[in-house]
Design a protein around this ligand. Structure first.
Ligand code: FAD
Length: 432
């Protein structure tokens, strides 16, 4: 009986488990938190109180992994917003032209999304989800990870495993485990963004015409917000401030903060809405990427997954979509057997993370407020993207290329394919 243990039952852990059920007789997913029976907030995922969207690509991948999931979420009151006919996107100060792209995100509150996926994973034969279990360390035999040590209700135990996956989030333990086993630890890339999210649920006083409004930061104003339809007629308001320009939590200060970036009609709709929750804060100091793919030695029997591999700046909404793509990559790696699994998986995951990390770094470093090295390529690319965003305000082809790239449906290079490039160059000249 082959057994895999996944540490962490948040989105990455559940998606990793979905990939593993194909090849392992038993998959045990372990989380420190007591997990809510259906939906509810918990300590281990504090970001769940803030706006979470599944990007266009993620919506497709999740529906492949869990057939019927999107319909189920919509039936439960969730939404899909077609970018850009039902979603209003304001990037670098330009509102993208409205057009039908045929690709939509998934918009539910995070606990509803996670609850639906947890239920689906738990229903797989061979899967067991253990809550209230703290994973405290690896079991190591002859340089191989052969299980994890857990503590449940104050009592220690061991779960033997052929494979252990660290999906314990950005503070994932694998680096400390490697050090304790005498293995090298991965280098860490970091982009300091000094960001705070401030969110609350509201009920609009009148029907609002869009399903989603996203306003990104601009040079000189490193703030933005999201206003998103959720289940039960509720809307999520999330204010975001980077580089120390943080949203306050008092009512007047919060609205004044939103007013700096919100179009007047959106500000007015938020101001008139009935608040359903307090304003909650979440601090996000830096994006982190751990270069496991560069390690020369890595113990067999262990993998690292999701935010523990790379924790992206959340304003781009990519973490869960990337985790879903990693799950697909893990399935492909397992189909080729287990020999050298970690090296092959980390290389495949790096191929997924690389372009997304570059996209993020470009977006962050387009803001003079963010400290970081800007090589010539970054500066040139950012000038091109700034022009593309300007043209995207009136050219549907360019706007569609942009949202497909940021939705991870197409690679970032697609924003420079000839048909788009020509429109950006000509359209940019006309406008300027
Ligand atoms: C403010 C914010 C907004 C975001 N918005 C988006 C968005 O719009 N779209 C998107 O795709 N992504 C978004 N993300 C990222 C997204 O939340 C993560 O990518 C996603 O949750 C996957 O992370 P994970 O499962 O790897 O880790 P986490 O979600 O951090 O989960 C880690 C899990 O490990 C458990 N755990 C930790 N330690 C132990 C232990 N010792 N033993 C047992 N269990 C343990 C925790 O209880 C938890 O369940 C956002 C993130 C933040 C911070």
């Amino acid at each position: 009986m082959r057994h895999a243990v996944v540490s962490g039952a948040s989105m990455s852990g559940l998606l990793a488990a979905r990939a593993l059920v194909e090849d392992y007789d038993r998959v045990t997913v372990v989380d420190r938190d007591p997990l809510p029976a259906d939906v509810g907030h918990r300590r281990g995922v504090p970001q769940a109180r803030h706006f979470h969207t599944i990007l266009l690509r993620g919506a497709q991948v999740l529906d492949e992994m869990f057939p019927g999931l999107v319909d189920e979420l919509v039936a439960a009151g969730g939404h899909q917003a077609d970018f850009l006919s039902e979603a209003r996107l304001v990037v670098a100060g330009h509102e993208l032209v409205r057009t039908v792209t045929g690709a939509s995100d998934i918009q539910t509150t995070r606990p509803v999304l996670e609850g639906a996926i947890r239920a689906r994973v738990a229903n797989h034969p061979g899967v067991e989800i253990l809550s209230g279990c703290d994973v405290v360390g690896p079991v190591v035999e002859g340089g191989r990870v052969t299980g994890v040590r857990i503590v449940r209700d104050g009592v220690g135990d061991v779960l033997d495993a052929d494979l252990v996956v660290d999906a314990m989030g950005r503070s994932g333990r694998a680096r400390a485990w490697l050090a304790s086993m005498g293995f090298p630890t991965p280098a860490e890339d970091r982009i300091d963004v000094d960001m705070v999210y401030a969110s609350r649920l509201v009920r609009p006083a009148a029907p609002f015409p869009d399903k989603l409004v996203l306003v990104g930061p601009v040079p000189g104003r490193p703030t933005g917000f999201a206003f998103a339809a959720q289940e039960g007629g509720r809307w999520m308001v999330t204010a975001v401030g980077m580089a120390g320009d943080h949203p306050p939590t008092d009512e007047a200060g919060y609205l004044a903060f939103l007013k700096r970036s919100a179009p007047p009609d959106v500000h007015d709709a938020i101001a008139a809405a009935e608040p359903l929750t307090e304003i909650r804060l979440h601090r996000f100091p830096a994006s982190l990427r751990r270069r496991y793919e560069r390690l020369r030695r890595f113990p067999p029997g262990l993998l690292v997954f999701g935010d523990a591999l790379c924790s992206f700046n959340p304003i781009y909404g990519q973490g869960m979509t990337v985790a879903a793509l990693e799950a697909q990559a893990l399935r492909r790696c397992l189909r080729d057997g287990e020999r050298d699994l970690a090296r092959r998986f980390f290389r495949a995951a790096a191929g997924i993370v690389d372009p997304v990390w570059q996209l993020n770094a470009g977006g962050d470093l387009a803001l003079p407020e963010i400290i970081g090295h800007r090589p010539l390529t970054t500066r040139l690319l950012n000038r091109y993207v700034a022009r593309l965003q300007r043209v995207g305000a009136h050219d549907p082809v360019v706007a569609t290329a942009f949202v497909r790239a940021i939705g991870l449906l197409d690679p970032p290079s697609s924003m420079m394919r000839p048909g788009v490039l020509a429109r950006v160059v000509v359209g940019g000249m006309r406008r300027s």
